[in-house]
Structure formats: C-alpha cells, structure tokens
Design a protein around this ligand. Sequence first.
Ligand SMILES: NC(=O)c1ccc[n+]([C@@H]2O[C@H](COP(=O)([O-])OP(=O)(O)OC[C@H]3O[C@@H](n4cnc5c(N)ncnc54)[C@H](OP(=O)(O)O)[C@@H]3O)[C@@H](O)[C@H]2O)c1
Length: 251
Amino acid sequence: MKIITTLLTIVSSICLSFAETAPPSVLITGANRGLGLELCKQFLKDGYTVYGTARKPEAATELKETGAHVLQLDVTSEESISALAKTLKGKPLDILINNAGYFGPNKIGTKMDTIHNVTRKEIELCHAVNTMGPLFVTQALLPNLNAGTGKRIINVSSRSGMLSRKGGGAMGYRLSKAGINMVTVVLNSQLQPKGFIVASVAPGHNATDMGTARGKLSPAESMPKLKHVIETLTPKQSGGFWYYDGSRLPW
Ligand SMILES: NC(=O)c1ccc[n+]([C@@H]2O[C@H](COP(=O)([O-])OP(=O)(O)OC[C@H]3O[C@@H](n4cnc5c(N)ncnc54)[C@H](OP(=O)(O)O)[C@@H]3O)[C@@H](O)[C@H]2O)c1
C-alpha cells in the first residue's frame, strides 16, 4: 500500500511539473493577415502555443507557415464559435486576443459612411464583427480561460472608438469600437474579481489592408510593443484602455 501511495505521489508530481512548464497559450482571432498575423509570429517567437483563427483556414497560407494551430472562426456565426469551443474543449488558454475587425465598405481616406449615406446593414455588420464577436467568442472560451493561468482577455479596439475624440466618418466602425470598449468595462466588472485582466487596446495606425498605406506604423514595429503591453498588464490596470506604446488612453 505504501509503495502504491509513493508511486502515486511521484506520478502526480511529474504531472504537476509538466503543467508548470507547459508553454503559455494564446488565441488570436483574425490571424490570417494584418495585425493578427504579426501577433501570431511574435508570440510564436517567444515559445507560446499559438491558436490563430481564420474564416477560411484553407486559404490562410501565411498563417499556416508560421507554425500556429490554425482554426476556423467567423466571429459573426454562432455555429462557428460553438465549433471552435468544441475543438478546444479541455484545453487551457492563457490569453485571448479578440483582434478580428471590420472597417466598412470604404477604405480609410475615401468617402466613408456618414449620417447621409450610412445603412442599417453596415451598422449591424460592424457591430456583429467588432462588438458582439469579441463578446461571444469570450463567452464560448471562458472555460478554457478559467483553466489557464494567464487569464487575460484583450479586445483590440481603436482610438476611433474614443468618445473623447472628434471625427465623423466611418460611423459603423466608430460606434462598434465604442461598443467593444463598453464590453471591456462590463467584462472587467464581472471577471476581474475572479482573477482576470480584461483590457481594450489600440494598435496605432498601421499599414495593413484596413489601415491602408497611410498607416504610419508597420505591424512588425508595433506588434512587439503591443505584445509587451498585453503580457505586462497588472490586475490594477484591468478595465482600462491602452495604446500599443503602453500609454493609457481615455475612453
Ligand atoms: N490597422 C490599423 O491601423 C488599425 C487601427 C486601429 C485598430 N485596428 C484594429 O486592429 C484589428 C486588426 O486590424 P487589421 O489592420 O489587421 O485589419 P485587416 O488587415 O483588415 O484584417 C482584419 C482581420 O479580421 C478578420 N475578420 C473580418 N471579419 C471577420 C469575421 N466576421 N470573423 C472572423 N474574422 C474576421 C479578417 O479575416 P478575412 O481575411 O477573412 O477577411 C482579417 O483576418 C481590428 O480589430 C482593427 O479594427 C487596426
């Protein structure tokens, strides 16, 4: 009996040490291009287990080449979110980065939606991707985040969503990014007492498909900085809005 107890103790301590040394994990939505893709590369470089999602994994060539685990996800689809949760069932997750985003039908710097031409369909789509997407992806992955030790939920927002910032165009985008900031505030109230760090972040104006060539930053320059912000946020900073360079943004 004593031998069995000793053996069990050895086995459980080996399991625990494996758990302790398991690399941290991060899931990044909208990872097939732009900022999400660069974030995947940066986390992989540091030895993280990286789950990168794409609406069309079969076409996500560059993401696959990074070595990330590529998973299908359309953040506007309940079925797709449920399937993701099913695939990840039982897997602890340390960091969730709700990065997938939609700007609108027109590029930055061109004719953008205003009160004169905005449609219900566009406002709904922006909210479905940028506000409700992160909310329901977080809901579905809460069991995984609860099982992880990092307990970080990061919502990629934008300075365009700041109530204190002037600017009129891109109504759907602005409204939905203000919405994700409120999701951060509400989730923080509910989850910070349970050990979570919840934050909105703004990546700066980057040269991506969304940011266009007008973006002053390159993802390779800004994403290592944003990664550092994500990793070093303290419980006291939970519930805030952070710029990629580490400075605090007003709502
Ligand atoms: N670039 C900037 O200057 C800037 C500035 C401020 C904030 N941001 C924010 O940063 C985040 C990333 O921006 P980015 O510049 O990398 O944009 P991007 O180049 O346009 O890439 C957007 C990503 O989101 C994905 N996506 C769009 N709709 C989706 C949906 N319904 N379900 C799942 N994924 C979806 C896209 O997938 P598909 O390839 O399938 O379309 C793509 O992977 C966004 O939240 C954006 O609002 C960017």
